[in-house]
Design a protein around this ligand. Structure first.
Ligand code: SAM
Ligand code: ZN
Length: 291
């Protein structure tokens, strides 16, 4: 069986009702029904729409606006992630063991067997739903990736409990959260975490590693770009100056290949990561889905 077929099988096997927690939705070609509360969920394009009741999608329209790819080409990425290759490796290894969830995947696909969950139907999304009430059964995933999402959720503790619930015993979580980054609503922006904060957030997991994934030079370049935008009063001027300083920051961030590995880098890092393991016995983390 190909990894893409395995992914389709994983989704049908793992889907659960986000409203009542009912496991094992009854799935046909275009709809899925909860055996407990009888709620019906429909397919939207190539994805299952398993959003919790009342989920608000306001603010996501800009992500699907025409011309966004051009804007992306003109504005270079401000952050260099020193863990990118390791993450892809982790996903490859975990995919051989079981299902992998990319929680808040955006538009990317980290691997063919990875189940992508997002708030709306972006490219590559398999399941439309919310991190606050994951539409999956308990203990179904070997690895959950949650990269640059925690700052966008109103209740990160609830999301961490949900990750613990859907992970199998001994399964792994790889999470990244920004520490020093400018405001970036996607669709909201609520918080940042220090190294102690991220450890406390994931205290119910056994820590495998915790450290810097986006270094201080990336953080500094982002601040510099924002600062330059503040100094210029007009909208066109802001775009021009952010563009110019943004390219300078794109060069500056290369220093993070070295700086991000310095022992004190977390003090002014752009982003931090936590790699953890769910206890082999499943009672160490919450086992009920959020309402
Ligand atoms: C900064 S992007 C990161 C995308 C991807 N993880 C990456 O690292 O490239 C944050 C993503 O989180 C998603 N997101 C925000 N709140 C969410 C929620 N409650 N449930 C699921 N996804 C959410 C957004 O739609 C957005 O695509
Ligand atoms: Zn239900």
């Amino acid at each position: 069986m190909s990894e893409i077929d395995e992914r389709a099988g994983d989704i049908v096997r793992l889907l659960a009702c986000p409203a009542c927690g009912g496991p094992h939705l009854i799935v046909d070609a275009s709809s899925a029904r909860c055996p407990l509360c009888s709620r019906e969920y429909r397919r939207r394009g190539s994805a299952w729409n398993v959003s919790p009741p009342g989920a608000a999608l306001a603010g996501l329209e800009s992500k699907m606006a025409p011309g966004r790819n051009w804007r992306r080409l003109l504005r270079p990425g401000l952050s260099l992630n020193v863990n990118r290759a390791r993450l892809l490796d982790m996903v490859r290894v975990a995919s051989a063991e079981g299902a992998v969830l990319d929680l808040g995947s955006g538009e990317r696909r980290l691997g063919d067997r990875v189940v992508n969950l997002e708030l709306d139907l972006f490219p590559n999304v398999d399941v439309i739903g919310s991190a606050l009430a994951l539409p999956f059964i308990d203990g179904g995933f070997a690895l959950v990736v949650c990269q640059a999402v925690m700052e966008h959720v109103s209740d990160p503790r609830c999301v961490v409990d949900e990750i613990g619930r859907v992970l199998q015993a001994g399964g792994r979580v790889y999470a990244e959260i920004p520490f020093m980054q400018g405001y970036h609503a996607d669709p909201h922006d609520y918080q940042r975490f220090t190294i102690s904060g991220i450890r406390t957030l994931f205290a119910n997991f056994e820590e495998v590693e915790c450290g810097v994934c986006v270094g201080p030079a990336s953080a500094f370049g982002w601040m510099l770009t924002e600062l330059a935008g503040l100094i210029v009063p007009t909208r066109v001027g802001k775009i021009g100056v952010r563009f110019a300083v943004g390219w300078f920051a794109a060069l500056l961030k290369q220093c993070d290949r070295w700086l991000a590995r310095r022992p004190d880098a977390h003090r002014i890092a752009g982003g931090l990561y936590f790699l953890g393991r769910k206890a082999p016995t499943s009672d160490a983390v919450a086992s009920t889905p959020a309402a």
